[in-house]
Design a protein around this ligand. Structure first.
Ligand SMILES: C[S@@+](CC[C@H](N)C(=O)[O-])C[C@H]1O[C@@H](n2cnc3c(N)ncnc32)[C@H](O)[C@@H]1O
Length: 266
């Protein structure tokens, strides 16, 4: 559907969100201001939502959490989101590049980032500097993103991004099959990169293979937290809940790793 050139930025964001993120379990607004728009979007998706803004104060209002944090440090939240968005805030950030760097670490396996901001040349009546669409586009090429839609309206520019390369950690003992017991007992995690196809990257030893500490799953994930997804035969109930709360995509299966990877249902 064609986007009207005089569409308001917040309506544009909602249109792009409904087009690219039909449903979502967790979302984050970067530069959330007073939080009114975040409440509206969270209400649409009926999911937990986070808003970060350096001038916010830390508080929670039901399922909506506000955190005093600049865009450049969003990876301090230590969880991944299926939808991250920002409206009319990019031009306020001290360093958009640092923000894009941090953003790579908070997008979930199927996470989408939507950016809407005034474009250079727009007269908003405020003495502010706005970026050129081409400038933002050039920055994005330096990071791990794939642009799935971009454009301009009369006053705004917009980008819709996904991660270009994703990583999945596979619990294994022999490198060929998924370890048939609990994730935390696996001897190794084989890390695969997914671009179009899967590619083996490296093997990591599970140093917690024989330990039984409280919150063990979180320690185990600490060694593979650059991965957006995990493939394992089993994970305990509590561990599963904790990983899902952190936005980690979990695939449960046993059998041959290559076969399973090729048939993963996103
Ligand atoms: C024009 S307001 C937009 C607020 C909201 N997104 C909306 O559309 O209603 C810009 C917001 O960017 C925030 N901001 C300024 N510097 C920031 C930074 N470094 N990181 C994140 N947000 C920032 C401001 O505090 C302000 O709330």
């Amino acid at each position: 559907m064609k986007i009207a050139s005089d569409i308001d930025a917040h309506e544009l964001l909602q249109l792009l969100a409904s087009r690219h993120v039909p449903q979502c379990n967790s979302l984050l607004e970067v530069g959330s201001g007073g939080g009114d728009f975040l409440r509206k979007i969270a209400g649409k998706y009926h999911c937990p939502a986070w808003g970060v803004d350096p001038f916010a104060y830390d508080r929670s209002d039901g399922n909506i959490h506000f955190q005093a944090l600049p865009a450049e440090k969003i990876d301090r939240i230590e969880r991944r989101f299926e939808l991250v968005y920002s409206v009319h805030s990019l031009h306020h950030f001290d360093s958009p590049q640092k923000f894009f760097g941090a953003l790579q670490n908070v997008l979930a396996w199927n996470g989408v980032f939507i950016l809407v901001d005034w474009k250079d040349g727009t007269d908003t009546g405020i003495r502010e500097h706005y970026y050129k669409t081409r400038e933002v586009n050039n920055w994005l090429t330096n990071y791990n993103f794939k642009i799935i839609e971009q454009g301009e309206t009369m006053e705004n520019m917009y980008f819709v991004l996904e991660l270009r390369d994703k990583k999945i950690a596979v619990a294994t003992a022999d490198g060929k099959t998924v370890f048939p017991k609990m994730l935390g007992q696996a001897p190794y995690f084989d890390i695969y990169l997914k671009r179009q196809n899967f590619q083996f990257l490296e093997r990591r030893k599970n140093i917690y293979q024989d330990t039984m500490q409280h919150l063990k799953t979180l320690d185990v994930y600490g060694d593979i937290d650059d991965c957006q997804a995990i493939l394992a035969a089993r994970i305990g109930k509590k561990g599963t809940e904790r990983l899902q709360e952190m936005g980690v995509k979990l695939f449960f299966a046993t059998g041959e790793i290559w076969l399973l990877l090729q048939n993963l249902e996103d």
